[in-house]
Design a protein around this ligand. Structure first.
Ligand SMILES: Nc1ncnc2c1ncn2[C@@H]1O[C@H](COP(=O)(O)OP(=O)(O)OP(=O)(O)O)[C@@H](O)[C@H]1O
Ligand SMILES: [Mg+2]
Length: 377
């Protein structure tokens, strides 16, 4: 199948997709090289096909997504690649999509920022059977991450709903607590709320991308620069990549993230859980993205009695544990950790309503958070 990779209304390149093996087997005409996805690049003067294949596959729902197999059965499709093509690879986090030269479509008619979409795929991802033949054109077909999630439209706004994982289903509550902590520390972040659906907590956050912007993951930013030299740390290498691209203020924004992750004991800040935002029309960088996806924190899957807040806690992405990673922060003066005192009432307001909080768990978590705060102060 012949496709044109599009960036909003800009044709980027033509490619041939072999649907039997689900691979881009040929890159044909390059129309606009500067719009090639960040991190794909050229090798010996030609577009790096392997990198483009990886980028293409990264747009499918990951195989690790909770409940994926059941969802595919409910939707009666055999693979996530089918879903990717059904929605023209459009999403709500960036502006890439694919057009068929044999039957071309217009971006303004199909993008999910301006056009409504069905919730059938999102519902199926949450285990709900569609009524009748499901509509498969959805931004959920390209959303990343392992937790159950779906996009909805509420009062004209695009909202991402996200579930948690057993046994405590704590991730949605953690997102809200992390928002509260960052708010108190004046750290730019995505604001999360949560509600209960069938007694399960589900977080909600607004799309921080609109038709003019797009999120580029740190992972893709890493691939824009030359191979890292042995004596340069991954942290400095990433900062250098940001600097060469022209992403301003990256060090201070990353320090905000490292401080937050230390406090909340986040164990999963991988390179797709942060990134930068750019203008999708002019390609100018706006800056590091507001902090999102803080759910895998606060000992979300650990027994209360095994929580050891003062010990080494595994971290990502720059060092293996938070005690080491926090040393990357050069300047703590601008953080007012006193603003985190007297957090008890709001903490309990977040954690108490969930039926998955065993007796005493919220108290242990609050105590642990206070120890993390004390360690930083
Ligand atoms: N508010 C938002 N606006 C735009 N895009 C978003 C927003 N929140 C998340 N995304 C995009 O959706 C992806 C998946 O979301 P998120 O990271 O929150 O899910 P997750 O299942 O918790 O991920 P993980 O597997 O890392 O735990 C993100 O990597 C990002 O690309
Ligand atoms: Mg994530």
């Amino acid at each position: 199948m012949l496709y044109t990779l599009m960036h909003k209304k800009v044709p980027v390149l033509d490619f041939e997709l072999d649907q039997e093996v689900d691979a881009i087997v040929k890159i044909l005409t390059v129309h606009n090289a500067e719009h090639i996805p960040v991190g794909v690049g050229f090798e010996n003067g030609v577009v790096n096909r392997k990198a483009l294949n990886n980028w293409w596959l990264s747009r499918t729902i990951p195989a690790s997504r909770s409940g994926l197999q059941e969802a595919l059965e409910l939707l009666q499709v055999c693979s996530t690649r089918v879903l990717l093509e059904k929605c023209f690879a459009l999403g709500l986090s960036d502006q890439y999509w694919v057009n068929r030269p044999s039957n071309p479509l217009q971006w303004e008619d199909i993008n999910f920022f301006d056009n409504e979409f069905s919730e059938d795929v999102g519902d199926a991802l949450f285990g709900k059977e569609p009524k009748g033949k499901p509509h498969l054109v959805s931004p959920d077909n390209t959303s990343d991450g392992w937790l159950k999630k779906k996009w909805i439209i509420q009062n004209g706004k695009r909202i991402l709903l996200k579930g948690g994982s057993g046994p405590y289903y704590q991730e949605p509550l953690n997102e809200v607590l992390a928002s509260l902590i960052m708010k108190r520390l004046s750290i730019r972040h995505v604001e999360y709320t949560y509600s209960f659906i069938n007694d399960f907590p589900i977080s909600a956050c607004e799309d921080f991308i609109d038709t003019q912007t797009e999120l580029i993951s740190a992972w893709n930013i890493l691939f824009t620069s030359k191979k890292r030299l042995n004596h340069i740390s991954i942290y400095e290498h990433f900062l250098e990549s940001c600097e060469s691209l022209g992403i301003a203020n990256a060090r201070a924004d990353l320090e905000n993230m490292l401080v937050t992750d230390f406090l909340i004991a986040n164990v999963d800040r991988h390179f797709n859980n942060f990134g930068a935002v750019r203008n999708a029309d002019t390609l100018e960088w706006i800056g590091i993205a507001p902090i999102f996806d803080c759910g895998t924190s606060f000992w979300y899957n650990e027994y209360a009695h095994s929580i050891k807040p003062e010990y080494k806690i595994p971290s990502k992405p720059f060092k293996g544990d938070h005690t080491e990673q926090i040393k990357l922060v050069e300047n703590f003066d601008r953080f007012n950790f006193d603003a985190l005192l007297n957090i008890d009432d709001e903490f309990y307001e977040i954690f108490k309503p969930s039926q998955f909080m065993e007796t005493g768990r919220a108290k242990t978590l609050l105590h642990s958070l206070k120890i993390r705060i004390k360690m930083l102060r």
